[in-house]
Design a protein around this ligand. Structure first.
Ligand SMILES: [Ca+2]
Ligand SMILES: [Ca+2]
Ligand SMILES: [Ca+2]
Length: 400
């Protein structure tokens, strides 16, 4: 009897511990304005249904050997790296390798540019060849991509200043990329020497969301399609393992993912911080406002939005130079990342910040302090702010 009582007590005690630790481990369910996954408003019923189909393919479809996984791969589903469509962590990085000069990638015959460090049973995974330099990439948040996709080339070129004609030390340039055979140029596309303006990926080397998607299936999961039919292991063309329809549904899903909503906008610290952001030149690259041109999706057509990017490449200095090039992007050049959703990025990063292309910055301030090159002057101005002004600027960034 007494034994049983002690037994019961210890069970109760364990439960209490379990519950109290669970409370600490499980964050409270996020409110709607804190969620990134969800469609933009203004979609038709048919468009919403298509969004859902893409959502399922993106988040729920986990590939296995039976459904075509590999033989070389990095992960088994889009959602495993892009959880909740938020930013990923250093545990979900991709590695790409090449060399320091920008003569094209000399390691393509050795599995470049992307490393597949996993393989199905009986196949040797890849390793980084001797002599290759490499960069690590954390997954970006996939929010508001449709808006970025439908900004006109003309608008982007108007933001570029390759020769720094206005002398502010900032010279954004587009990444001019060769179109994959299955891509067609967007409405009113501008081309130079047969190349077009890339806008997705951390070096802006992907032309559009179709390229990004077909490439991710192929390179990240070893899933071939009519668009990217070559098996990454054998190099041979093989039958498609994902349908055109599914790829197009995923593209539609990415295009119609909503934009993060700013929070605490009426807080005076936040509005002062916003003014400082403009004043110390952050907004010269992190452009607060862009607009879309025509889009076949009416909810994306001719809209103004606040992404805090110019989608252009900037030389960020020696500290961020990984010795890896992509398209016309040199080793120290990175595309300005959109800052919308910055304050929410911790939600998908285990409550921590992992910022910059490889997640090396553990706080917003650390990310700013790693800015160099074209952003050196702006960084200096940040360092010259009073500690109260720094707090205001960071509160503004956290409100995005
Ligand atoms: Ca395969
Ligand atoms: Ca490879
Ligand atoms: Ca300039």
């Amino acid at each position: 009897m007494e034994k049983n009582f002690i037994y019961l007590l210890s069970i109760l005690f364990c439960c209490a511990i379990l519950f109290s630790t669970c409370e600490k481990i499980l964050p409270p369910a996020p409110a709607d304005h804190e969620l990134l996954d969800g469609p933009i408003s203004g979609l038709s019923g048919a468009e919403n249904a298509r969004f859902l189909k893409g959502d399922i393919a993106f988040n729920d479809e986990v590939f296995t050997t039976q459904t075509g996984l590999g033989p070389l791969f990095v992960a088994t589903s889009c959602g495993s790296c892009h959880a909740g469509d938020g930013k990923g962590t250093p545990f979900t990085t991709l590695t790409r390798f090449g060399q320091v000069d920008h003569t094209g990638n000399r390691f393509l015959h050795l599995g470049g540019p992307q490393l597949q460090h996993r393989a199905v049973l009986g196949i040797q995974p890849e390793y980084i060849p001797v002599g290759a330099t490499f960069a690590k990439f954390t997954p970006p948040a996939n929010t508001g991509l449709g808006f970025l996709n439908f900004v006109s080339d003309e608008d982007l070129l108007a933001l570029a200043d390759p020769e720094d004609a206005n002398g502010d030390g900032i010279s954004g340039t587009p990444n001019w990329v060769t179109l994959r055979v299955y891509l067609s140029p967007r409405t009113n596309a501008i081309s130079r020497d047969g190349k077009y303006i890339g806008r997705f990926g951390k070096k802006a080397a992907a032309y559009d969301l179709l390229q990004q998607t077909a490439n991710a299936y192929n390179q990240d999961m070893g899933i071939t399609s009519n668009f990217e039919p070559h098996d990454t292991y054998s190099g041979h063309e093989v039958d498609p393992e994902v349908s055109n329809q599914t790829i197009q549904d995923v593209v539609f899903y990415l295009q119609t993912l909503k934009t993060p909503l700013p929070r605490n906008v009426s807080n005076p610290l936040v509005s002062t911080g916003k003014l400082l952001f403009q004043k110390i030149q952050c907004a010269a690259c992190h452009r607060s406002e862009l607009k879309t041109g025509y889009s076949p999706i009416p909810a994306l057509s001719f809209k103004t939005f606040q992404p805090y990017t110019d989608l252009l490449l900037h030389d960020m200095g020696a500290a961020l130079d990984d010795g890896y090039t992509e398209g016309t992007a040199t080793t120290a050049e990175w595309r300005t990342p959109p800052l919308w959703g910055l304050g929410l990025s911790k939600n998908s990063q285990g409550g921590k910040y992992f910022l910059l292309h490889d997640g090396r910055a553990k706080s917003i301030e650390e990310a700013i302090l790693l800015h160099g090159g074209e952003a050196q002057k702006s960084k200096n101005q940040y360092q010259a702010l009073s500690s109260i002004e720094k707090q205001q600027l960071i509160q503004f960034l956290e409100s995005l």
